[in-house]
Each structure stands twice: as structure tokens, then as C-alpha cells.
Design a protein around this ligand. Structure first.
Ligand SMILES: *Cc1c(COP(=O)(O)O)cnc(C)c1O
Length: 368
């Protein structure tokens, strides 16, 4: 891999393939695989990632919003694309680009049916989401009969799948709760089939669900974070390879004398001599202010350099007093080691937030 000469996010497609194959090895051959590529494929690059996964024979894709679906459809995705959180104002485009909405209450179901009627479309694939305990989005289990009645009065839609989402699939202390969600979802699916007369696909597992609840893989699983290299546990992490590596370079080194301060608000003051390095990456690139003031760190020539003072919009300063380094040297923010989960933990957040925060200003480079 070439040394970074500016701030770059390297995306290792071989690592993506490895993670996909590892997750697939946990499934029965008949279980379908849905790849979640929302939020710029967890901060990487939705189009490159989706096209690569399409070649690996992923069955389905999911995005959060319609525009994200349009982006990958336009880039050449021909597989079905599920839109997890469609907004009514986007229905026109959603239909134009052949995207499949996950509908979660009677209001949005009726509005979608009305839109299809207006356009005289029949059998449009939709997905129905049920709330089994996350209490975020979803029909309640008591609504199955009402849904069946709505469906019996229209030919506009065909229910392709029923889904639910686990609230704590990574937390084995909540195993009883997750198992209850799974049981409730099964009962909803059975009741749906009884009321409506056909059996759509059903799916509930995200990445940690795949790893922790093999009995709940059902017809399909939905993986995001696992594809990008995180298993959400000490036990599973070693089997995954982080896909994204965020790198930068040292722009300038300063020798700071006692009594001086570093950065905005003079947040770091020193009473000893120290050497600081200024790096061209800041909160506008995705390294938020909580990483400042010694919480976050970068890695230079294999050694940890803590962030000094406040994170600026376009820069951070790090302590390199004990590190043999020069202006122009490469700096690792996160990657295979330390990984994004370790760095995120230093600022009390999670890998998901750190990787999805890397802004579009950072150049993406693909390693094939
Ligand atoms: C984001 C999301 C996923 C993916 O979850 P991971 O933990 O990243 O695997 C799956 N299902 C739904 C409904 C989601 O919103």
C-alpha cells in the first residue's frame, strides 16, 4: 500500500470479501443475504461497495433513504433495494427507480397504496416492518388483521417480506429479551400468513443477530457492520477485517516550550518542553470534538500520539514528544490496528458512529 500523502480513506475490497464470506459461512446455503449499504456504506462508498457485493451474489441491498437507493441503482445495482425508512415525499422517485419500501404504519401503507393506485401500478413489492421491542419503527402485532383487510382491498402491492429489528442482539445479557422478540416475530409471521394467505420472506437478524441467534436467520439476514469489519464482541472481532483505514500525514512539527499553549481556547497548556505534530484532519472530516483533549489518539510509526487540546475544523495537533517522526510522515487514525472500535471507545462512542462520520471531503481510495 502506498504511503498516504494527504488525508485518505483506504477501502480494502479483499477485506470486504473476507467479511462477507465469514458471515455467509454462518448461514444455511438457502438463507438470503441482504447487504446494508446505508449512510454511504457505513462511511465508505456505497456504489463501489454495492457493485462489488453484487458480483459476490448478495441477494438484496438496503439503504435508509430513497436518495441512497437512487445512487446505487444509478450506479448499476440490478438486485432488489429495500428502503428502510422511506418518506412520503419521495414516493414518486422511489417508484421511478424501482426501490422497495419498508412500510411501518397504516398511514404510510395507505399513502403508498394511494400513490400506486394513482399511477395504476399493480403488485408493487413492499416490505412490512413490525415492532417487537425496539420501539422505533413498526406495526404493532395487533395490527395484522387490519393490514390483512387493507391488503385484501387492493391489488397495488405484494408483500415481499416481513421484518423486525432486534434491540440488543450484541448484548448477551439481554438474551431473554432477544429470544422473546424472535418468538413474537414468529407468531406475527404465522398470523400474517393465516390472515393474508401467502407467506412472504421473513427476517430479523442484523450482524450480531447472525452471530448470536442462528435459530433466527429465517429466510434472510441483514448485515451492515459485519461487512465493514466489526463483530461487535471480543470473541467475534478477530474473525473480521476492518475494510476502511483512515490515514493522514504530518503537515508540521512544533517544538513547544513551557508556558505555551496549543490550539483554540488555549485548551492545552504545557509546563514542559514538548513536540507537537499538526495533521490535516479535523471535525469537518469526522474526528469530532469529543476526541480532543487527550481522549482520542492517532498512531505514528507504531506509537500512540494523543490529541492535544481542541479538535479544529480542519486540523488536529498531537503529542509526538516520544515519537521518532518527521514532517511528511504517514499517520494512521484507524484501520486494522488500532481499529475504529478502539478509537471510538476512547471518546465513549461506537465504531458505527466513527466510521459513518468520515465526511465526503476525505478522498476514498480502493484496494482491490
Ligand atoms: C442498520 C440496520 C441493519 C444493519 O445492522 P448492523 O448491526 O450494522 O448489521 C439491519 N437492519 C436494520 C433495520 C437497520 O436499520
Amino acid at each position: 500500500m502506498p504511503k498516504a500523502q494527504e488525508t485518505v480513506l483506504e477501502i480494502d475490497l479483499k477485506a470486504l470479501q473476507h467479511n462477507f464470506e465469514y458471515l455467509k459461512s454462518k448461514l444455511k446455503p438457502t438463507t438470503k443475504f441482504l447487504a446494508v449499504v446505508k449512510a454511504f456504506a457505513y462511511g465508505s462508498d456505497p456504489c463501489e461497495i454495492a457493485l462489488f457485493l453484487q458480483d459476490l451474489e448478495v441477494d438484496y441491498f438496503a439503504v435508509a433513504y430513497t436518495e441512497e437507493g437512487i445512487a446505487i441503482r444509478t450506479a448499476g445495482i440490478t438486485k432488489p433495494i429495500l428502503v428502510l425508512h422511506p418518506q412520503t415525499v419521495d414516493f414518486e422517485y422511489l417508484i421511478e427507480y424501482d426501490l422497495e419500501p419498508s412500510l411501518y404504519n397504516q398511514k404510510i401503507l395507505n399513502e403508498f397504496i394511494a400513490k400506486l393506485s394513482e399511477k395504476q401500478i399493480a403488485n408493487y413489492p413492499i416490505h412490512l416492518k413490525f415492532n417487537t421491542g425496539l420501539n422505533r419503527l413498526g406495526f404493532w402485532h395487533t395490527e395484522v388483521e387490519t393490514i390483512a383487510k387493507i391488503l385484501s382491498e387492493t391489488t397495488t402491492v405484494k408483500v415481499e417480506s416481513l421484518l423486525s429489528h432486534l434491540a440488543a442482539s450484541e448484548d448477551l445479557n439481554e438474551k431473554a429479551f432477544s429470544l422473546k422478540q424472535i418468538e413474537d416475530f414468529k407468531a406475527i409471521s404465522e398470523n400474517f400468513t393465516k390472515q393474508v394467505g401467502y407467506k412472504p420472506l421473513h427476517h430479523i437478524c442484523n450482524t450480531s443477530g447472525i452471530l448470536n441467534y442462528p435459530e433466527a436467520h429465517f429466510d434472510m439476514v441483514r448485515s451492515g457492520i459485519g461487512l465493514y469489519g466489526f463483530g461487535n464482541s471480543k470473541k467475534e472481532n478477530p474473525f473480521f477485517k476492518p475494510v476502511a483505514t483512515l490515514k493522514t500525514v504530518i503537515s508540521q512539527i512544533h517544538n513547544i516550550v513551557p508556558g505555551e499553549s496549543i490550539g483554540y481556547n488555549r485548551a492545552y497548556k504545557t509546563d514542559v518542553h514538548l513536540r507537537s505534530a499538526t495533521l490535516p484532519i479535523g471535525h469537518a472530516d469526522g474526528i469530532g470534538r469529543p476526541y480532543g483533549n487527550g481522549k482520542g489518539f492517532v498512531t505514528i510509526n507504531g506509537k500512540k500520539a494523543p490529541i492535544l487540546g481542541n479538535v479544529c475544523m480542519d486540523m488536529i495537533m498531537v503529542n509526538v514528544t516520544d515519537i521518532d517522526c518527521n514532517e511528511g510522515d504517514e499517520v494512521i487514525i484507524f484501520g486494522k490496528s488500532p481499529n475504529a472500535e478502539e478509537l471510538a471507545g476512547a471518546a465513549n462512542t461506537i465504531s458505527y458512529e466513527l466510521i459513518t462520520s468520515i465526511s465526503q471531503r476525505v478522498k476514498r481510495i480502493f484496494i482491490k
